[in-house]
Design a binder for this molecule. Structure first.
Ligand code: GDP
Length: 440
């Protein structure tokens, strides 16, 4: 995410590293580079200019006796200002109303339908809500089907009236259906067009007026940069929406939309989409995003994701197994699956401070575990619980079954063995034994 921008800002901020104090000259030099980095990332010109002016004023107004080095001070000022620019505080979603009605708006292809599903899934699993999805696209039967597919995937009911050509009516009927059937959130997915057009705008504002939603969200593809900002402006003029959803932030996005949209339409970004899967949704936190842009990582999100996947009951069972020396390849497979649930590897690595930059050019693919999984899948249940029985001929069979080599099988067995020993030591006697084992 935003690799290029992160790189350039890092270089710009480096200018001050060698300087003992902040002067008008070195601040100007640094900020010229910062502004260039922002413009290259497709940040709106006015926004970039105001941004650097504010940072400059703050930098020059700083007491020279601060404990921070000029370089550090500048990083802090840029970080604070980036956070401010992206909205400052995290903006929550308004879930009042019975039911809460959420209207989705945006161009075709922005990721509206996908996001409607993600939001329904998020509200169902994280907020214990009972959502109803509503298909209001009367032009493309495929769009209605797509929402049904999404609904099936996450186990959420989808309301549609394929024969009805009146989206206002469909939305109203859906809300009545929700009230009668105990749904407490109604998410209305509307028709999009490839570009802004009057008929689409009239249609969505009619739906908006008729159903008076608690939340109107504008969904936009972050990859479209400045266009995203312009589209947001047009939709906001008609709908006065409550928040923005930035999708496709997992792609090679330059970052301009994320940084400028709030300052242009004065509406907060509420959620981001980071993939095609139903769980690739994150609440948008301006400060954490600023950290990521500046290559400081996002440890808080990383820990949160880990916590979400952490199952105390499972952990206890695992601990017992380790203590009894029963940790086998099935448990190992299970652990891999837990890690995978946390998201894409690239995404996770990007959240580790410094790692994003250091590993930027290393190809971290999500298939990293595939070989390991294939090898384990090719083992018999007995081999999985008692790896010691895996002899030469078994290794050959496992390698050919998993499409790997005996060498790869050996490597995994060795790693597994080391890991098991390590775990055993951490259990009993703690770190002391481990230190001894490591020859310290
Ligand atoms: P709609 O026309 O606005 O309803 O857009 P769709 O929901 O059909 O999405 C358009 C395309 O973008 C689909 O191929 C989605 O899988 C993809 N998409 C949506 N959100 C994301 C995202 O956050 N990341 C990525 N990589 N793809 C996404």
């Amino acid at each position: 995410m935003f690799d290029n921008l992160s790189d350039k800002l890092d270089k710009a901020l480096h200018v001050l590293k060698g300087h003992g104090s902040i002067t008008e000259v070195n601040v100007a030099e640094t900020l010229k580079e910062v502004r260039r980095a922002l413009l290259d990332a497709d940040v709106n010109f006015k926004t970039a200019k105001e941004f650097t002016n504010t940072v400059k004023e703050k930098a020059l107004g700083q007491n020279v006796l601060t404990t921070l080095q000029p370089g550090q001070l500048m990083v802090k000022l840029v970080k604070d200002e980036l956070t401010e620019l992206m909205g400052g505080e995290t903006a929550g979603i308004n879930l009042s109303g019975t039911p809460t009605v959420i209207l989705m708006s945006g161009l075709q292809g922005s990721g509206k339908t996908t996001f409607s599903g993600k939001l329904a899934n998020y509200l169902k699993t994280k907020k214990s809500k009972k959502p109803l999805l509503v298909a209001c696209d009367i032009y493309r039967p495929a769009a209605i089907n797509q929402l049904h597919v999404v609904g099936d995937q996450i186990g959420v009911e989808v309301y549609s009236e394929p024969e009805n050509k009146n989206p206002v009516q469909i939305a109203q009927n859906a809300i009545a259906h929700a009230k009668q059937n105990g749904f407490n959130v109604v998410i209305v997915d509307t028709a999009g067009r490839l570009a802004i057009d009057e008929a689409m705008m009239t249609e969505i504002s009619n739906v908006h007026k008729a159903i008076n939603p608690q939340e109107t969200l504008f969904v936009v593809d972050a990859m479209t940069g400045q266009d995203a900002v312009n589209t947001a402006k047009a939709f906001n003029e008609r709908l006065n929406f409550d928040g923005v959803v930035l999708t496709k932030l997992d792609g090679d996005t330059r970052g301009g939309a994320a940084i400028s949209i709030k300052s242009v339409v004065d509406k907060p970004i509420k959620f981001i989409g980071t993939g095609e899967k139903m769980d690739a949704i994150d609440v948008f936190h301006p400060a954490r995003m600023a950290d990521r842009i500046l290559g400081m990582g996002d440890v808080v999100s990383l820990v949160e994701r880990a916590q979400e996947q952490f199952d105390e009951e499972e952990a206890r069972k695992l601990q017992k197994k380790i203590a009894k020396n029963q940790f086998g390849f099935d448990d190992f497979l299970n652990q891999i699956q837990q890690v995978k649930k946390m998201g894409s590897m690239k995404d996770l690595v990007g959240m580790i401070p410094g790692a994003g930059k250091a590993l930027k050019d290393v190809d971290i693919d999500d298939d990293a575990f595939k070989g390991i999984e294939a090898i384990i899948h090719s083992m018999t249940p007995k081999e999985r619980t008692e790896p010691a029985i895996i002899n030469g001929s078994r290794k050959k069979r496992i390698a050919s079954g998993s499409g790997t080599s005996v060498q790869q099988v050996n490597q995994l067995l060795k790693q597994f063995d080391q890991m098991s020993k390590m775990m055993k030591m951490m259990q009993g006697g703690g770190g002391r034994k481990m230190m001894q084992a490591m020859g310290k």
